[in-house]
Design a binder for this molecule. Structure first.
Ligand SMILES: Nc1ncnc2c1ncn2[C@@H]1O[C@H](COP(=O)(O)OP(=O)(O)OP(=O)(O)O)[C@@H](O)[C@H]1O
Ligand SMILES: [Mg+2]
Length: 369
């Protein structure tokens, strides 16, 4: 069991002059893989370091397994942390790096050997046990760092941007290795990254932080389909969601969103929550994936075709990102490669109203959630 609970936790630096976490409450479940994401400086590492006990808590309470740990020393918390820079001992070979913490604990040699070999076999680093860290690749070093955490058999794994030193291919590989490791070890993992792809692919649940405040704590699927506010909506997804100012109006029987001379009928499921906004400006959010190339044919009641001028058509492999302006808004559509599009072309695009989001202009919160 290793559930982690933050109750109104405050973290300040410089004798309380700078507060980086004003009021954090968070429940991480036993065996969960939770990822903390957010912009640089939002407090991710600080949060992780508070769990580890490397950073004192200025206010509130932190529990691990229902035990209050505010004043428990890091070594007594049964937690292992893996950092971005691995922090391996350069003069020790891989075996000794893995065995180090266990020798400090005066574990019998035979038991140490079993644990080291078990970790090395899970992480597939057995061939390198005699090598020094400098003779290993980035990915191999990263696995040694993970192995050092594993042999201690901790209740909680804390990982702070462990893959940021690796190239793209290795990152993808290590990503799935860490996910498998979590499944195999069945322990609680808290993982910090500012890479949203990492967060989306690895997490059971994601904490989205902004300036020390949790904007949303939810499954990847929910963050994608029901973002709580514009910050979350813009953070999750790549390229990010398009935001377009619009006016909610009634046209005949239908409630519509009008923007830059265009009109999108509000899907029936969203009419009720948008009715109070009739006559007001709101922000329409639509993901690049939900704007497609219009190829003629039937167009549902809730979608609309808008012809735009593409200023950039960016090939990304399987798709093309088409950049265009819509009124004051800079927008991107992510469309298939079937239709060849070049910069300067006029392109008819189909906006899928059923996938549209609406946000309050003042609070930036999603309307109706
Ligand atoms: N010892 C310290 N003294 C003063 N301020 C600090 C200290 N440590 C961190 N901070 C501040 O706390 C804020 C949060 O820092 P933190 O390292 O948690 O951010 P982060 O989300 O991990 O960012 P990054 O993605 O850049 O690693 C930052 O504004 C940082 O400058
Ligand atoms: Mg950090």
């Amino acid at each position: 069991m290793a559930a982690i609970k933050f109750r109104n936790v405050v973290k300040s630096f410089d004798d309380g002059k700078v507060t980086v976490i004003p009021d954090l409450s968070l429940d991480i479940k036993d065996k969960e893989f939770v990822v903390l994401v957010g912009p640089s400086g939002c407090g991710k590492s600080t949060t992780l370091r508070m769990i580890a006990g490397l950073e004192e808590i200025s206010g509130g309470e932190l529990f691990i397994d229902d035990k209050k740990v505010n004043d428990v020393a890091p070594k007594d918390r049964d937690i292992a942390m893996v950092f971005q820079n691995y922090a391996l001992y350069p003069h020790m070979n891989v075996y000794k790096n893995l065995a180090f913490a266990l020798r400090l604990r005066k574990m019998p040699k035979k038991e140490i050997d079993e644990k080291v070999r078990w970790a090395a076999s899970v992480l597939e680093i057995e061939p390198y046990l005699d090598r020094k860290p400098r003779a290993l690749s980035g990915g191999q070093r990263q696995r040694v760092a993970l192995g050092r955490a594993m042999v201690r058999n901790p209740k909680v794994f804390l990982l702070d941007e462990p893959l940021s030193n690796l190239d793209a291919k290795l990152r993808t590989e290590m990503r799935s290795q860490i996910t498998m490791l979590h499944k195999r070890l069945q322990t609680t993992f808290v993982y910090v990254t500012h890479d949203q792809t990492e967060a989306m692919t690895m997490a059971d649940r994601i904490v989205i932080m902004d300036k020390g405040v949790v904007r949303q704590f939810d499954t990847p699927q929910k963050l994608w389909s029901e973002p709580a506010d514009m910050f979350v909506a813009g953070f999750i997804g790549s390229p990010g969601m398009n935001f377009i100012d619009c006016l909610i109006v009634r046209r005949g029987e239908s409630l519509c969103a009008e923007f830059a001379g265009n009109r999108l009928r509000i899907p029936s499921a969203k009419v009720k929550m948008l009715e109070p906004y009739e006559g007001k400006n709101v922000v329409l959010g639509i993901r690049p994936e939900h704007i497609s190339a219009y190829t003629g044919g039937i167009n549902t009641r809730e979608s609309c075709v808008i012809t735009v001028k593409a200023d950039i058509a960016e090939m990304t492999g399987g798709d093309v990102n088409v950049y265009f302006n819509l009124g004051e808004s800079r927008c991107i559509a992510r469309i298939g490669t079937e239709k060849k599009i070049s910069a300067g072309d006029s392109v008819p695009l189909l906006f899928d109203g059923n996938s549209a989001h609406f946000f309050d202009k003042v609070t930036s919160k999603a309307i109706g959630i």
